[in-house]
Design a protein. Structure first.
Length: 356
């Protein structure tokens, strides 16, 4: 996930909070970030703790097995300014960094602070439009290059690419994003190599002040592709102990931190799910794309497992917890055998059987 936005909207503050350390330079002037900062963030998953407790009891261990959670990589990218598509600010450098990410976290300034400079920022809607316009203009340049060269090679793949380019060009010229163009699956696949910026999914994060944060969470304009967060508050919470953090949130009437909501949403936004494995050596969440079949899921653990896949012993997390142990779950007939066509679900606890 690439964190983008206008300068001084709170991108680096949010990034620091995500990592629970002050890695990115968070300063009150434009372009405090030049090269992107990279951080790997754990996806919160309480299921791992519960499963570790079950393993400890079932195996009569004196300690909990190690937990290995899923992770998401975040990049804090330099602030964008109007005209970036034509090289203004750190335009070309900024845009090249965005091309490398799978999805975008667009941080939008939605707080008032006379101390923090407004570098090109006007209001949330204007700021959102500025970023989207620059990304769209950059994509138009890419599309125009594609149109100039589209007749050089003619094959089945190029036909899909050419038709996709035509549709995306119409969308961009009418003020839409590339991901709003009505493309077939074949056309989507054909234009992946263009790395269009507005073809990437975008998660909008409204950065609000600490005052009235709780009320902001109930805003009607927050949709599936957006959320409200107070980056400053989250950065301060990062310095607290776990207990202090929970108590402070309780006082605010908030159940989980904005970061927990952001990380979980980012994971889902990337189309990712976790299947789980349990054992004395570790309890682990493995990351796969939705609709992944059992052999390919096994291949995430080890490439040989996909080739040597025989079957998968599967039980849903909730059922395993209800049973109290894997042995009890088997006695109840809740552990089922699945073959090569099984589509792994989020929260499946799996034991793969493979040939020698």
């Amino acid at each position: 996930m690439g964190i983008v936005g206008l300068p001084n909207v709170g991108k680096s503050t949010l990034f620091n909070a995500l990592l629970k350390k002050r890695v990115a330079l968070s300063a009150n002037y434009p372009f405090a970030t030049i090269e992107p900062n990279v951080g790997v963030v754990v996806v919160p998953d309480d299921r791992l703790n519960k499963l570790a407790e079950l393993v400890k009891e079932e195996e009569k261990m004196d300690f909990l097995p190690p937990l290995v959670p899923a992770v998401v990589e975040f990049l804090d990218i330099a602030g964008l300014v109007k005209g970036a598509s034509t090289g203004a600010g750190l335009g070309n450098q900024f845009l090249s960094h965005i091309r490398e990410v799978d999805a975008i976290v667009h941080v939008i300034r939605d707080f008032e602070d006379v101390v923090v400079i407004r570098e090109g920022s006007v209001n949330p809607e204007e700021d959102k439009l500025t970023i989207e316009t620059e990304l769209g203009l950059a994509d138009l340049q890419t599309i125009e290059k594609g149109q100039r060269s589209k007749f050089k090679v003619q094959n089945e793949s190029s036909k899909f690419k050419n038709s996709a380019i035509e549709k995306i060009s119409v969308a961009l010229n009418s003020g839409q994003m590339a991901n709003e163009a009505d493309l077939t699956d074949e056309e989507k696949e054909a234009v992946k190599e263009l790395h269009l910026l507005t073809f990437k999914p975008i998660l909008y994060v409204y950065n609000v002040s600490e005052q009235g944060y709780n009320e902001s969470l109930e805003r009607s304009d927050v949709t599936e592709d957006s959320l409200v967060i107070s980056a400053k508050l989250e950065e301060e919470l990062a310095d607290f102990s776990e207990e202090e953090r929970k108590n402070y949130l309780k006082e605010l009437g908030i159940e989980e931190t904005g970061l927990e909501r952001l990380i979980k949403k980012a994971y889902a936004f990337l189309g990712l799910i976790s299947f789980l494995t349990v054992g004395k050596k570790e309890v682990r969440a493995w990351t796969i794309k939705k609709e992944t079949k059992a052999p390919q899921a096994a291949g995430v653990i080890h490439t040989d497992f996909e080739k040597k896949f025989i079957r998968a012993e599967v039980i849903e997390y909730e059922k395993l917890v209800d049973a109290g142990s894997r042995a009890a779950a088997k006695q109840k007939g809740w552990v089922r055998t699945e073959g090569k066509d099984y589509e792994v679900k989020d929260g499946d606890v799996i034991e793969f059987l493979v040939s020698a």
